[in-house]
Write a protein that binds this ligand. Structure first.
Ligand SMILES: NC(=O)c1ccc[n+]([C@@H]2O[C@H](COP(=O)([O-])OP(=O)(O)OC[C@H]3O[C@@H](n4cnc5c(N)ncnc54)[C@H](OP(=O)(O)O)[C@@H]3O)[C@@H](O)[C@H]2O)c1
Length: 268
């Protein structure tokens, strides 16, 4: 899709990856609606863009029915004023690096709601107001393909998001709407606590700049790539895990002691 003059709805726009996606979309000529809870931060980001007047913000808590409804009402209004969205990017997400036994039920429900149920609900709604041709891009994670200790529910939600994306893209084949999936690996944003950053350093895991993820987003939209995993060796492990999960289990077993240490003994 040529992004020039296209209207894009971007959730999680106040976050580390979201704000870079907004800037990259603007560079490609798109007009962006930035969605998140923190209105002040959204305004700051809008004013950091080259042409703030071309873009807009929408403060909404996607964990509440009212917040989700406000996005839908706004999107339907765009259809009426002939500014219908051509692209929706489900990027808002959260996680907690903790063992399942340490989690509260409420924190699990919020995580699964934001990472999985909200993109599903927004995608379903978008079928009624997205312009054709249109694209829904869901931001997943390497952990959507590899079950990893300390991230059981995050892996579940992103794995679910991947399968949802794949199924819906096939369901909508020929309809004019594509549904794409991008899986970043660790990225330098506030999503990752110091504990996680230190763990990644200790394990030698690489972390990308959010600008690099944003570049993949515009490339995927422009080339309409079905799915992409960012980074070596993560994209290889994602494949190996599908075919030989025991190989990946053996490799993670060697990290168990370190993972337990970081979860149980370091500051969050
Ligand atoms: N960073 C990584 O290592 C990494 C790796 C792989 C995948 N990802 C995925 O990339 C996406 C972006 O992550 P990030 O690293 O940019 O995280 P981040 O910096 O923590 O940003 C998260 C974004 O989600 C929004 N959000 C959180 N709760 C919300 C709610 N209830 N309602 C509406 N918006 C909400 C936040 O805005 P407000 O707080 O203002 O609402 C913020 O804009 C996520 O889906 C994440 O899972 C990240």
């Amino acid at each position: 899709m040529d992004l020039n003059n296209k209207h894009v709805l971007l959730t999680g726009a106040s976050g580390g990856i979201g704000q870079e996606i907004a800037l990259a979309l603007e560079e490609s000529g798109a007009q962006v609606t930035l969605v998140a809870r923190n209105e002040e931060k959204l305004e700051q980001i809008r004013y950091s863009m080259a042409n703030p007047d071309l873009h807009s913000i929408l403060a909404a808590d996607l964990l509440t029915p009212e917040g989700r409804e406000s996005v839908v009402i706004h999107a339907k209004h765009q259809v009426r004023i002939n500014k219908a969205y051509s692209v929706v990017i489900n990027n808002a997400g959260s996680n907690q690096f903790q063992f399942l036994a340490q989690r509260t039920t409420e924190s699990i429900e919020r995580e699964v709601q934001l990472n999985l149920m909200t993109p599903i609900a927004l995608s379903q709604s978008a079928l009624g107001w997205l312009r054709r041709p249109g694209i829904i891009l869901n931001i997943g994670s390497t952990f959507g393909s590899i079950g990893y200790p300390g991230y059981a529910t995050y892996c579940a939600s992103k794995g679910g998001l991947h399968r949802f994306t794949e199924a819906l893209d096939r369901e909508l084949d020929g309809s004019g709407i594509r549904v794409l999936y991008l899986a970043p690996r660790a990225t330098d944003t506030e999503l990752n606590s110091k504990q996680v950053v230190d763990l990644n350093k200790k394990l030698g895991n690489r972390s990308d700049a959010p600008q690099a993820v944003a570049k993949h987003v515009t490339e995927m939209l422009e080339k309409e790539k079905t799915a992409r995993w960012i980074g070596w060796p993560e994209k290889l492990f994602a494949r190996v895990n599908q075919i030989f999960p025991n190989v990946v289990s053996r490799s993670i077993r060697k990290q168990q002691e370190t993972i337990h240490y970081f979860i149980n003994h370091t500051n969050k």
